[in-house]
Design a binder for this molecule. Structure first.
Ligand SMILES: [Zn+2]
Length: 141
């Protein structure tokens, strides 16, 4: 699983030209300047908003991440994709490794209720569900 980090080099796609042209200082300072500029358009996602972005069964995983996330981190997006948790954040490399581990944990935790789950691939889309919620989904199509 790949965690997308925000590439702050300045010329990549998606970054508005005026933001990319912010200059001066070291690279780290540029990154901060760029982030604060982008902050006018995208929000640093809070713990509560992150929880609303995925099923309630993953609330504990979201808590785990926010508990060790440095305050300087910028959370861009939190969602379920292909049945697992995706946490997009600009933060330290070491922190990203820890987040990746938690993303992997989501493959074994029911997104709906938090019980032990499995990645189900036969529902028309991929979801990590416990047996009970899986049967429920199957029944309801
Ligand atoms: Zn469940």
């Amino acid at each position: 699983m790949k965690i997308m980090t925000f590439n702050l080099g300045g010329t990549q796609q998606g970054v508005p030209l005026s933001a990319a042209s912010i200059s001066g200082g070291k690279e780290g300072e540029n990154s901060r300047a760029l982030l604060s500029y982008l902050g006018n358009f995208i929000m640093n996602i809070t713990r509560e908003d992150a929880k609303k972005s995925v099923g309630p069964g993953w609330g504990s995983l979201i808590d785990k991440i926010y508990d060790f996330l440095p305050e300087s981190s910028f959370v861009l997006q939190v969602k379920e994709k292909y049945g697992t948790l995706r946490f997009y954040v600009d933060t330290d490399e070491k922190i990203l490794d820890k987040i990746e581990e938690i993303e992997k944990e989501s493959e074994k935790i029911c997104e709906i209720c938090g019980k032990e789950g499995l990645l189900r691939t036969d529902l028309g889309w991929w979801l990590t569900l416990c047996d009970e919620d899986y049967k429920e989904r199957k029944k309801n199509g």
